[in-house]
Design a protein around this ligand. Sequence first.
Ligand code: SOE
Length: 385
Amino acid sequence: MKPKESKSGKKKTFRVALLGTKFMGKAHSQAYRNVNMYFPDAPKVEQAVLCGRNPQETEQAREAFGWAEASTDWRAAIARDDIDIVDVATPGSMHCEMAVAAAEAGKHVVCEKPLANTLPEAKRMLAAVERAGVKHFLMHNYRRVPAVALAKRMIDDGRIGKIYHFRGRYLQDWALSPDLELVWRFDAKQSGSGALGDLGAHTLDLARYLCGEVSELAATTETFIEQRPAAAGSKEKVPVTVDDAVAMCLRFENGAIGTLEASRFGAGRKNHNTFEINGSKGSLIFDLENLNNLKYYSVDDRDDAQGFREIIACSLGKHPYADNWWFDGHLLGYEHSFTHSIYDMLTALAEGRGTHPDFVDGVRNQQILDAAAQASKDRRWVEVG
Ligand code: SOE
């Protein structure tokens, strides 16, 4: 069945195959389910097929997440003529095989972060989508939190002037207990790296998005708990093969300097993805744990009124994406950043173009992640790329 097209030749309906039924499968599903309700100008989405490994779990997820069909055969799903977009929302070890197969089947590809577990895999994925001539989108959802999109707009408008510093931290604390078993995020074969590629990838993407390209870096990583139970409650211990935390010093091509930390041992920090950017005319501060707000300091404020002001970035007619939700101050959440991402991706596809971040951004990010791993191993500064 050929996808429906409007008279202008712009595709009006996209049929999606989603690979992955866990945390990211749920986050992406809610975006596909809500995008047409809240963004009436978006192309129509049909949630065609949800793919998972376990038949019962996949069927349960299909029903709960609103998909027409469930399948445990992702290859068959992406080969279907009636599928336009393949969305890869699985652990990083499967991204390359799935995205390359989707590209070779002529499908547009959405992929969760980090693009891949290694730089060679990331480059293979980019080569495949470019060879196939399909569009490609990397799901770094935090770019599309309204307060972050507002920060980008303010920086581009010169509101904080020339950037001197980017200071990013992404802290969680779910790994603190030594009794936590070796879940896949502690296994380098499945996750590629630990906090570096899981959390650091987000902060690096925001650093590039807001401040520009990273030219060189120094980094150190640490694994605080080196052995974990092989399974929940097991007495058998197995080695952790990834980092628990990373700290970096960054130099940017535009002359700015920065620091970046990512850790799963930030006791009390649940999803503390935060940045502070200092420029010649002011500063911006964002904290995902207070995600509707953006703090802004301007040197142009009158002397007796200088100080950080806190903007609630969800006002109609003023802030990115706000017109599609509620009245001023009714606030948004983590999941809205996925809906915004899918809206922008679909709109770009309907207009025959790509949007960022894409697989080129993903390769660039992976180059920085690789440089950080090298810098930590060799205890030296490493040029990126
Ligand atoms: C776990 O660290 C995790 O789910 C990340 O993998 C996501 O990318 C982040 O958005 C939330 O935390």
